[in-house]
Ligand binder design. Sequence first.
Ligand code: ADP
Ligand code: MG
Length: 320
Amino acid sequence: MEFSLIDRIRKLTAQGRDDVRLGIGDDAALLAVPTGQELAAAIDTMVEGVHFPSGTAAADIGWKALAVNLSDLAAMGATPAWALLALSLPNADAVFIDGLATGFAQLAQHYRLALVGGDTTRGALTISVAVHGFVPPGKALTRAGARVGDTVLVTGTLGDAAGGLELIQRKHGRDDEQTAYLVERLNRPMPRVAAGLALRERASACIDVSDGLLADLGHICTSSRVGAEIETALLPRSPALLDLFGDAASCEFALAGGDDYELCFTVPPQQVAAVQADLARLGCSATCIGRIVEGKGIQILDREGRPLAPGRQGWDHFSA
Ligand code: ADP
Ligand code: MG
């Protein structure tokens, strides 16, 4: 890429960290992992039209491409440090790249995360971000430790991003605060990094909700060789989602909608109150939504405690 553009990206994203011995500008970055820490590494790619709607603002794309990766570090209980950014762009549009770097930098600054390198090519609009973080040896949260009897919790609210996407796609979007809130939750997810760190000593298993609660809790179940029961009445939903979509549709969004970037985790029942207090101090709510049981798969219980088949109501029936 043109040097001036890379230089702009570098200026926007430099954080002055001493563990970056050599950042953007050479053939590779040189990075110093703090002594005695493990390195957590993750990468995620976003393709226009697949992972974000065409027409999404450049700054939102930059923010989200980093946010989804920080969410992976959060789910491991890792402290973010560095990132690499690979961009494929249909044309070298300076305004677009500037917007993208600005959105990226806004979130990066929040965590003092340094962008230390990347790559830029011509092609369909695609953004890959790789992130690196630190975790004390053996302390990372994984998907594998859930035990029968553990309580299943989730941070924040579920389904908002799916609601926001529905509003954009169906052009139901009204010019009101609730619509703006849901679209913001889609475009500017705030990764639960502090919550992930707080869960490190307490959660038996953890995952970030990127593909929908059922899919992601399903991964905890598979990795931990257990099943789970979820009560729909307990699913935390925002007032905006409930107001715009009602109980049934918001429930379906909360179960199956993607892009929430909340944390779903398990803790022994006797630790639930302490975990909730820890997270509350960070301004993060955590709601009990069910429990880990023997067997495999996820059983969804309706308001009367009756098992419900997932996907019973199709996405097509929803309207605002
Ligand atoms: P090379 O051919 O050695 O890979 P490049 O011209 O691709 O060099 O990149 C020059 C420098 O700019 C490298 O340090 C690289 O890490 C950085 N860089 C290139 N594209 C980006 C980008 N999109 N974001 C951050 N750094 C980038
Ligand atoms: Mg290169």
